[in-house]
Design a protein around this ligand. Structure first.
Ligand code: DC
Length: 222
């Protein structure tokens, strides 16, 4: 039996970096499910699919194959065989991923891919509904969050480091809008599973978050 860790939480809580590092330390496969939604979003954008039109969306989804592979521990996403890992981190793709992930057909498409991976391997899977919908029997569930102000500040510093200009208040507004969409959608909204451990990273640095995840996992594995 594989050991499964589910980490859910809002955008910008530092989930992916912390989850990646914790998975490495534990020798687990890190699965970034947001990247899967982003891969579908890229297709929908490229093909200008009207996602509110159920038939059009279903037709488009039939033409999409989402696969992944790992190279040096890095997750690569493939859209119909094309490695799109470098193309799915734009703001445009983020927005489309947030909107299209609210559509039940999109979520259904990724369900088996996510469950199959978890059944085969020891995974640390990060997303929004892993503990509540995808892996309800996960061995450990963590809900990782941080205040919207702190998440905006981190994102602002990240952009500044890249030499991009940004407005802190604008970023905070975008984060709060995305949170609203992710927590209020009908299908699998973002929420803490009842049996999840709440981890608030507002006052923790990356190492401290990783340490906490690893020690929780080790406790459960005993
Ligand atoms: O974690 P991320 O920013 O890469 O996720 C992109 C979008 O996909 C985000 O708006 C929420 C959505 N998502 C989801 O609905 N369910 C998941 N398990 C992972 C991501």
């Amino acid at each position: 039996m594989s050991f499964n860790i589910a980490i859910d939480g809002p955008a910008g809580a530092g989930k992916s970096t912390a989850a990646k590092n914790a998975a490495k330390e534990l020798g687990f496969l890190y699965v970034d499910t947001g990247a899967m939604y982003r891969t579908i979003a890229l297709y929908l954008l490229r093909n200008q699919v009207a996602i509110e039109d159920e038939d059009a969306l279903e037709r488009a989804l039939e033409k999409i194959s989402v696969t992944l592979s790992y190279e040096n521990g890095m997750q690569h996403m493939f859209l119909n065989g094309e490695d799109v890992s470098g193309l799915i981190r734009t703001q445009e793709v983020s927005d489309m991923a947030s909107r299209s992930s609210a559509r039940p057909a999109v979520r259904k498409k990724l369900l088996d891919l996510q469950r199959d991976l978890a059944a085969r391997e020891d995974v640390l899977m990060d997303g929004r509904d892993i503990g509540t919908a995808i892996l309800p029997n996960a061995d450990l569930k963590i809900f990782l969050t941080a205040s919207s102000g702190e998440r905006a500040r981190r994102r602002y510093l990240e952009l500044k480091e890249k030499g991009e200009t940004a407005s802190l208040s604008e970023i905070q507004k975008e984060i709060e809008e995305r949170d609203y969409r992710d927590t209020h959608r009908e299908t699998s909204p973002l929420r803490q599973a009842e049996d999840a451990v709440l981890l608030d990273s507002s006052d923790l640095n990356l190492e401290e978050v990783v340490e906490r995840i690893v020690s929780l996992a080790k406790e459960r594995m005993q």
